[in-house]
Write a protein of this length. Structure first.
Length: 317
């Protein structure tokens, strides 16, 4: 087995304490367990496999993406000996850039104030300047949604069946639309799940003049992605960065599950559903896209302080 094949079959984790408090059974599909450390690892290979056939000798892939996809693409391209250039807003975690670069990817950062559109424009400009390059166009390509429809969706259904229930609701971010249009569509068709899409409140696709920059990386591009079909989902729920951060911290404090900002946003949405009478005793599955360790710049764990260190050995008792 190669490293790129070590993705999928991630655990469906039951949030026992939170579920008991809220009287609603909440499960997180913990995608940090993938080889690439996020849900992006599931579909990166599919994007590259399709487009690598169009590459000329010595060519490269140029793509605008966020760090999770950049890491996943870098991992795949390193295995396939394909040159990769990624373009990202400069608001991403700087601590992840050496990791991406160490796998051979070249990195271009754009002004965060121009949002993801700015990164896309720069990637397109680079693609035109480099005659031997090609774009993956992950915000428009159906490849990711198809991969999730065939992989993640059925996997979640099998996980739920193994535990003896059917998912009453599925919550995930919008992002490029691939997860909801793939896994979400499968769960709605096969299980009748209610689909709840979350979007950053600060850059909601529900707002015509959404702010380009926000803190919940990966689930909001600042515009409605071409892949996203609003008619498929039952509800779109905006979540603020503060609510996502506090929910991610609650997840770690109460359940010892380390999730990122997008996972925190999904948990916040699940808790909002649990307040509704019709969701008492129901089963809700949320996406846990990655680990909170990738968001140290968002201070999910609080501001570092000397007060958390022991000044002496603890007493035995």
């Amino acid at each position: 087995m190669e490293i790129c094949q070590a993705s999928g079959n991630t655990p469906l984790v039951y949030l026992r304490r939170i579920s008991r408090i809220r009287e609603c059974h909440i499960y997180v599909k913990y995608e940090a367990a993938n080889a690439g450390g996020s849900a992006a690892a599931r579909i990166a290979g599919a994007y590259v496999a399709v487009e690598s056939g169009r590459l000329q000798r010595g060519g490269c892939i140029v793509e605008a993406c966020m760090p999770n996809m950049a890491i996943a693409l870098a991992q795949v391209c390193a295995q396939m000996d394909v040159r990769l250039m990624v373009v990202m807003p400069d608001s991403v975690n700087p601590n992840l850039l050496p990791l991406i670069h160490a796998m051979g990817a070249e990195i271009m950062l754009t002004d965060a104030n121009s949002g993801f559109r700015g990164a896309m424009a720069k990637a397109e400009e680079m693609n035109k300047d480099i005659w031997t390059s090609c774009r993956l166009n992950i915000t428009e390509s159906q490849i990711g949604a198809t991969a999730h429809y065939q992989g993640l969706g059925p996997e979640i259904e099998r996980d739920c069946q193994a535990l003896g229930f059917s998912p009453d609701a599925f919550i995930c971010g919008i992002g490029t639309g691939a997860t909801m249009m793939g896994a979400g569509r499968w769960l709605k068709e096969q299980c009748g799940s209610r689909l709840v899409a979350i979007t950053p409140q600060e850059a909601s696709i529900l707002e015509e003049n959404a702010a380009p920059a926000h803190e919940i990386d990966g689930i909001g591009l600042g515009f409605k992605p071409p892949l996203f079909d609003a008619a498929l989902v039952d509800e779109i729920m905006p979540v603020s960065a503060n609510d996502a951060r506090s929910s991610a911290r609650r997840l770690l404090n109460i359940e010892a599950v380390c999730g990122g900002m997008s996972t925190g946003a999904a948990l916040f949405a699940a808790i909002q559903l649990s307040f509704r009478p019709e969701f008492k005793g129901k089963n809700v599955v949320i996406m846990g896209y990655d680990s909170g360790e990738r968001y140290s710049h968002r201070q999910i764990f609080g501001i570092p302080s000397k007060d958390i260190l022991l000044n002496s050995l603890p007493r035995r008792y």
